[in-house]
Design a protein around this ligand. Structure first.
Ligand code: TMP
Ligand code: ASP
Length: 250
């Protein structure tokens, strides 16, 4: 059931953000819509919103316990998260532990190559421009963040990767790569925002070596593979088996 939310603040491809009765707090609704390739490909998956909301909530709680500041405050219902209101920094920070996806399309690096240290790529979050990969100089020219904020973001992203890689390894999932977004709170603090889910990560199942069966993330949809929802459900089952139940918050 939807919580008692206020007006719509923002609608993205996978989530809606609503006002609450407090200025610093928002309700985030996770949608069942899925898009890929900058929304060229679209579909609805019944229950995806709940799965991503619950997976993200468990992971944000885990990270908070490890000292990573996030926007997360709690879950309000199946597909509703309660979060601090933030101004999203329009950058997508991608951490890559194993070569896959665009890295292999755009370079001769072979899929499956281990990347040590993990590769950190920064993209400009702008759908109309197709979220372009930024160079150091282009990032400086955009003046979206100060050099200090950039090191904060990069250090947080690497710490998050370290924690999540270990966590997923324990539940037999390889964290191939993932995308993070950060926001600035009303008191000017940088926190991890958005979501961490099979929509924004690549997970390979350690329990099979079959290159298609091991995919437990949005690549199933991108590559027209079946059992998309079952894959997301398997990720939630394993995550919940290793995490505390997310805190209810209204
Ligand atoms: P990429 O290989 O397409 O660059 O994607 C790297 C990771 O980032 C992968 O785990 C999927 C995630 N991602 C998003 O969450 N949103 C996006 O718009 C894109 C392009 C990738
Ligand atoms: N998130 C992007 C889109 O909605 C791209 C992707 O995840 O593949 O199109």
């Amino acid at each position: 059931m939807a919580p008692n939310h206020g007006s719509l603040l923002y609608e993205g491809k996978a989530k809606c953000v609503f006002r609450s009765d407090q200025d610093e707090k928002v309700f985030i609704q996770f949608k069942n819509s899925a898009t890929a390739f900058n929304a060229i490909k679209r579909a609805e998956f019944e229950d995806k919103g709940r799965l991503n909301c619950q997976i993200s909530s468990c992971l944000f709680e885990l990270l908070e316990k490890q000292g990573i500041p996030t926007h997360y405050l709690g879950v309000a219902d199946d597909c509703w998260m309660v979060a601090k209101k933030v101004e999203i920094i329009p950058l997508e920070i991608v951490l890559r532990n194993i070569a896959a996806g665009s890295l292999c399309k755009e370079t001769p690096i072979v899929k499956g190559t281990e990347l040590e240290p993990p590769l950190l790529d920064i993209y400009y979050k702008d759908d109309q421009l197709g979220d372009p990969l930024l160079t150091d100089v282009r990032l400086e020219m955009l003046k979206l963040i100060t050099p200090e904020q950039r090191s904060t973001l990069e250090n947080l992203a690497r710490d998050i990767n370290f924690s999540l890689k270990l966590f997923f390894n324990q539940i037999d999932l390889i964290l191939v790569d993932f995308k993070l977004e950060f926001g600035i709170t009303h008191d000017r603090r940088i926190v991890l925002a958005d979501e961490i889910s099979p929509d924004t990560c690549r997970f390979w199942d350690k329990r099979t070596s079959d290159p298609e069966a091991r995919i437990l993330d949005k690549d199933r949809f991108r590559q027209d593979l079946d059992h998309v929802l079952e894959a997301y459900g398997e990720v939630l089952k394993r995550v919940q088996g290793a995490c505390a139940k997310p805190q209810k918050c209204l």
